[in-house]
Design a protein around this ligand. Structure first.
Ligand code: GAR
Length: 203
């Protein structure tokens, strides 16, 4: 069984959606460990409540390289095959990216390459886009930049606020993150330049 190492900083709703999909059998992986750089993250408490291995690894006061070495160690200790960033609000060092080549995924609440960085949903709303969305992508050493695995579009309704739009995007995040992981662990794929190509694709 593929072992997922989930890394988060906050609420953890994407992690919980993955945990639900694992439980339902639509995601045929196991959550090996949930790690948070913020000890008070609700996602960490939720992981403990579900009986999952939850590790608090505070990042406060540590430089990126030092912290990332600890994070690599914790993920290796729990034999994580894939690193699943789920609302992890720190930039990863190049050493971390090299430690798990083509095995780190992130979910971002915009149609990348539009609106990288913080508060992407608000950025998109304020910009006035008619179609917002979310992206599952491989992580490289640049922010919100690696090859795209899956995206979902979310039309902006004239009555939407930034908050209502964020809620609609979040529902799509919950849907496509597990779907993207399931596809990657069950279907042959390769990365050609920037393109993630499913070599026995039906889509
Ligand atoms: C999600 O919207 C996720 O896409 C975003 O943080 C939120 C975490 O929510 N991530 C980023 O913006 C990364 N650049 P969650 O803790 O409820 O999963």
């Amino acid at each position: 069984m593929t072992r997922l190492g989930v890394v988060l900083s906050g609420r953890g709703s994407n992690f919980l959606a993955l945990a639900d999909q694992v439980r339902a059998g639509s995601l045929t992986a196991e959550i090996a460990v949930v790690i948070s750089n913020r000890p008070e993250a609700p996602g960490l408490t939720a992981a403990r409540e579900r009986g999952l291995t939850a590790v608090s690894l505070p990042s406060r006061g540590l430089d990126r390289e030092t912290y990332d070495r600890q994070l690599i160690e914790a993920l290796r200790t729990h034999n994580a095959d894939w690193v699943i960033l789920a609302g992890y609000m720190r930039i990863l060092s190049a050493a971390f990216v090299r430690a798990f080549p083509s095995r780190i995924l992130n979910i971002h609440p915009s149609l990348l390459p539009a609106f990288p960085g913080l508060d992407a949903q608000h950025q998109a709303f304020d910009y006035g886009v008619k179609i917002a969305g979310c992206t599952v992508h491989f992580v490289d050493e640049h922010l919100d930049h690696g090859p795209i695995v899956m995206q979902a579009a979310v039309p902006v309704d004239p009555l939407d606020t930034a908050d209502s739009l964020s809620g609609k995007i979040l529902l799509e995040e919950h849907r496509i993150y597990g779907a993207a992981i399931q596809r990657l662990i069950t279907t042959p794929w390769e990365i050609q330049e920037r393109r993630v190509v499913f070599t026995r694709s039906t889509l």
